[in-house]
Design a protein around this ligand. Structure first.
Ligand code: UDX
Length: 454
């Protein structure tokens, strides 16, 4: 099939992690619907099945993750299963950029030969090596940030921002950026510092920054981001609502949980999922299990294979647990999360607060129980609990506290306002979609692409 379309040719460079490749695929779908032909260049790690997306040309590039010194055998295996842990992420991002730079350059040169023209290269912020390459080739580079726009303030910019006035706006005060900075930014590993410096630098050279967010969610932070970065910023989210048919899951979605949800009372179920990267220990698994069981709420719980350190799956839960819970609980290895969150039976989301999970929950009006692990998850938790006030943080992972906090969020009078605010935020998100906030942002982006190529 000839995939050349009238608006021009775009090359998208994907980062091979679940929370990154899905929004990139959604963006590709939207840009394709606007008339662009799309080539997706991606590391071999965590490759998607191209036959599920015949409208795009997929080009794998070697990432040498197996041979890389940063990736010992064990890490390579974990990466292949998409189970990288906190500390591994920055190291693997460095490896990817180091190993993919030369093949990516070659690949872009080949595309230039065959297509004669590339309107722009859109790369995930984590694939920052792309910016140097496009600079060399004289092509416009645009970066896609799959986390909130506020991360752009927190990671690289805050020290400089302190020198600027106005950091004490209400939203930023409630966000407690200084406290977060102490938690997230201080004492970083060498790899983390280098990754942050590299992507910030790349962004400064890019012709535009695309963010999967909505303006109203982070209004004040955004004005600071725009003050700092001279590069045009396009807030184009929520991408999952603009390309709803896209499924980029690397693991197989277990649909049996939907028939289980169909049997549950409205807003009664607590959905538990910690995303694609975080790991927990056996003790946390056991406390979670008994907290869920004792709460008496029905629960749908995603436990990825290998997510529990030292276990294959949930074998450390005793038989007593399953007997106690019976039909009230459903445990799966991977769920169709967007469908789950949109289901009328779901009344709460216990989440690690990755950015995709956060905006997916907001769009369905589901209040959240926050159990952040690292990086932007702490920032998102602060937005959820302190700014939007649509959730509670689980600070103590002991079963009694878990039981009480689930009840506070989902049934007690105490959580009534939280549940109402979550519904109000859903309405705002729907309005933002109806008012075509993202359409005008996409129009601006397309104009920018057209300007950059001329
Ligand atoms: C990672 C980082 O952890 C996060 O902080 C950053 O914001 C993005 O990259 P991840 O752990 O993958 O994110 O979480 P998240 O951003 O929430 O993305 C997970 C995606 O997997 C979501 O789109 C979610 O819908 C999907 N998912 C998750 C499923 O489809 N099924 C599941 O069972 C669990």
């Amino acid at each position: 099939m000839e995939k050349q379309q009238k608006s021009g040719h775009l090359v998208l460079v994907m980062a091979p992690f679940q929370g990154h490749l899905t929004p990139m695929l959604q963006l590709a779908t939207i840009l394709h619907s606007k008339g662009f032909s799309i080539t997706i260049v991606h590391p071999e790690l965590n490759s998607l099945n191209p036959s599920n997306h015949p409208e795009f040309t997929f080009v794998p590039i070697p990432d040498k993750i197996k041979e890389s010194q940063l990736s010992d055998e064990d890490l390579a295996d974990k990466l292949k299963e998409s189970l990288v842990s906190t500390v591994d992420v920055a190291g693997s991002v460095q490896s990817l950029n180091k190993n993919c730079a030369a093949p990516l350059k070659k690949c872009l040169e080949n595309i230039l030969h065959s297509h004669h023209h590339i309107a722009a290269v859109i790369y995930d912020t984590l694939m920052f090596c792309a910016q140097t390459i496009v600079n060399d080739l004289g092509l416009p580079g645009i970066t896609l940030r799959t986390s909130s726009a506020t991360t752009l303030l927190l990671f690289p910019v805050l020290p400089q921002l302190e020198l600027m006035s106005g950091i004490e706006s209400p939203e930023l005060q409630a966000l407690q950026l200084q406290r977060l900075r102490a938690l997230i930014v201080q004492n970083p590993t060498q790899a983390m510092m280098e990754v942050r410096a590299a992507f910030t630098n790349a962004m400064k050279f890019s012709s535009a920054i695309i963010v999967n967010s909505m303006e109203f969610l982070e209004l004040e932070a955004l004005s600071k981001v725009r003050q700092y970065f001279r590069t045009p910023i396009f807030i184009v989210g929520p991408l999952h609502k603009l390309a709803p048919a896209i499924c980029g899951s690397l693991l197989t979605e277990d649909d049996k949980c939907i028939s289980w949800l169909n049997k549950q009372a409205p807003k009664s179920v607590i959905y538990v999922s910690l995303g694609s990267i975080a790991n927990i220990d056996k003790q946390e698994l056991i406390e979670t299990a008994w907290g869920l069981s004792n709460s008496k709420q029905p629960f749908l719980w995603v436990v990825r294979p290998g997510m529990v350190c030292g276990s294959e799956w949930i074998e450390s839960l005793s038989n007593g647990f399953e007997e106690n819970v019976g039909e009230r609980g459903c445990i799966v290895k991977w769920a169709p999360q967007k469908e789950v969150l949109a289901h009328g039976a779901v009344g709460g989301f216990w989440s690690h607060c990755g950015w995709n999970s956060t905006i997916e929950s907001i769009c369905e009006g589901v209040p959240m129980l926050c159990r952040p692990f690292f990086g932007d998850q702490l920032l998102n938790t602060s937005y959820i609990c302190n700014v939007w006030k649509i959730g509670l943080e689980l600070q103590n992972l002991e079963r009694g506290n878990i039981e009480r906090t689930i009840k506070r969020l989902m049934v007690d009078m105490e959580g009534k306002d939280i549940r109402k605010r979550a519904m109000d935020l859903k309405k705002k998100a729907a309005l933002c979609l109806m008012e075509d906030g993202s359409t005008s942002s996409f129009n601006g982006l397309i104009k920018q692409i057209t300007v950059s190529e001329t």
